[in-house]
Ligand binder design. Sequence first.
Ligand code: IPM
Ligand code: MG
Length: 357
Amino acid sequence: MREYNIAVLKGDGIGPEIVEEAIRVLDRAGEKFGFRLRYHYALLGGCAIDETGVPLPQETVDACKAADSTLLGAVGGPKWDGVPGDRRPEKGLLGIRGALGLFANLRPAVIFPELREASPLRPEIIGSGLDILVVRELTGGIYFGERGRRTVEGAEAAYDTEQYTVPEIERIARVAFQMARKRQKRVCSVDKANVLESSRLWRSVVARIGEEEFPDVALSHMYVDNCAMQLVRNPGQFDVIVTSNIFGDILSDEASMISGSIGMLASASLGAGKAGLYEPIHGSAPDIAGTGRANPLATILSAAMMLRYSLEEPEAAAAIEAAVSQALKTARTADIWTEGTRQVSCKEMGALVCEAL
Ligand code: IPM
Ligand code: MG
């Protein structure tokens, strides 16, 4: 029997509840498709701070490095708002992305036909559907650049630095072009080249990689402010969007919302090897933690992405995605509930997906 070792980082807030449902679904998929998963639990974020004093203990890095892949819930919460910036739960998340070299973050924004009415966009704008893949650079840019405090003309000041090297841009561009080849062969590179020097370099490197290595993929460039607008004006124009760490952070939240609910969207973070880190793009939602109101589907869909990209179990991945569609036909968690469907808890939604599998 095929066996996979999965590092599991439940994290904070609703993290443990949603991860539990994803694991149930993964186990069910394993039964059905003939593989077994072994889970290795480790701490990340606020729970790690509470237990060990730091958001990313070395044992967690080791556990993720030793595993075939990592599944993550979410980190952070008001409890740790007071801790200094360099030891916040979010720092643990950035740390694990960096430590594992996960430079490519794939954030698909799709509308499940069942959820069309949950999108805040009018039906004529959504048209026949929506299928965007945001490819976000994840280990560079302003998130990892030099930052600090200093005095400027006698006043206290703070600064953060946006910097990209040519190899960093080349490798993320290649990921985007490769993904586009499996889709509609269109890449839109998003930057702020009318203002930022780092964006001007970004644009020229992406253009060169496109020309030299991917002449079969259509490349366009767009300023980030325009892209934010185009996403709500005519989202159907996009296939793959490739962009920097911070622009990708912002645009992927926007793309997620037009697809109905941020509670639905999965993500994969990949590096040079096969192992990746899979997490929902939403946060830890401390306000609803423990109430059973969380939507586990983004985490379940992240587990499906893990099966597809890291474990090479594409049939199981597709089956989970189909089971999610099936479950949505009759039942909804609170965030996506509409008249005429049954409102279910996090646990019930997990069970329905398992059943549909
Ligand atoms: C995300 C989150 C994180 C990010 C935060 C929690 C550090 O917003 O994964 O999009 O900005 O990358
Ligand atoms: Mg974000």
